[in-house]
Design a protein around this ligand. Sequence first.
Ligand SMILES: NC(=O)c1ccc[n+]([C@@H]2O[C@H](COP(=O)([O-])OP(=O)(O)OC[C@H]3O[C@@H](n4cnc5c(N)ncnc54)[C@H](OP(=O)(O)O)[C@@H]3O)[C@@H](O)[C@H]2O)c1
Length: 334
Amino acid sequence: MRGYVLKHYGGPEGAQLMDVPAPAMRSRDILVDVRAAGLNPVDFKFRQGKLRAILRPKLPFVLGNELAGEVIAVGSDVTRFRVGDRVFARVAKDRAGAFAEQACVDEDHAAPMPQELDFTAAAAVPLAGLTALQALRDELGVGPGQKVFISGGAGGVGTFAIQIAKWLGAHVTTTASKRGEALVRSLGCDEVIDYTAQDLSKAGGKFDAGFDLVGGNTLEQMFGIMRPGARIVSVAAIPEPQTAIKDLGGRRALSAAFWIISYGIRSRARRAGIGYRYLFMHPSGRDLAQLSELIEQEKLKIIVDKTYPFARISEALAYVESGHAKGKVVVMMG
Ligand SMILES: NC(=O)c1ccc[n+]([C@@H]2O[C@H](COP(=O)([O-])OP(=O)(O)OC[C@H]3O[C@@H](n4cnc5c(N)ncnc54)[C@H](OP(=O)(O)O)[C@@H]3O)[C@@H](O)[C@H]2O)c1
């Protein structure tokens, strides 16, 4: 079968489409005939070698973190799926393999696809949708009437985050350029700040919760617009000890390393009286089922910016790497 394979870390030339063996199934796996796969910044960051401190699979390695497709075989211990089911999934981080004609997925990481979605739209949901749900619902505990600030609302995660924060009952402010403003407003965002023209001090009022999708100077400015006691969750800045303990299996050496690299940002947060947490989202079939329900109830729209045939996946990844996608980018297999 064809797969998009990482041969060596570095630039785009490190990954290529080639023939690969079919993946080996485990007893709790479903084997999926992949019809579409979503792309995410983690795909090029992984190719660049930026995740090597956390994930070190043996190369060559089939890339790809989320997919939609049809189940064509089930392992001996699988109880929730049958051959012929249409499923979507954020696959295990250390296995990846979604950029291929077939992929093995642990049944706990998959969910039945929402009824009305095609494979392309379904493949756009798992990674970004789960990230937004786990950050806003679980980490920030967003509730009715709260003022939530989301940086970078027009991208893959942001388009889900705005809608999920609205579903949780929040008043939502985000940053977007002129190119993204109409999109974020169409998703229900209450206030939009043009990040290319204004700084965040224009956001007005103190926020109860912040979800950072940009990092750097943007996160720095977010500390100035939160009310004391508020919390910021970032998925784009610097990991801290909780990231290693809660999200990466309690790895002590990693926790110590994260303590050091996050010292500045944690001190900054402490001075402002604000909680700071860096989240690594996790695969979850159960959370995906919740997203599926929201999609079926028409509370969550899927924004797909561009689709590409699988043969042009390098081009698709270059577009994601440009940092200007509006919503999601998806490759189609068939
Ligand atoms: N830790 C985790 O578990 C996790 C999970 C998911 C994602 N992430 C990370 O979260 C970040 C966002 O992911 P994504 O999938 O949403 O990325 P994305 O889809 O590539 O985001 C692109 C969007 O960001 C906007 N943007 C760029 N710079 C901005 C700025 N300074 N302020 C506001 N908006 C800006 C762009 O708007 P314009 O084109 O209009 O400039 C574009 O619409 C990435 O760093 C990704 O790696 C982490």
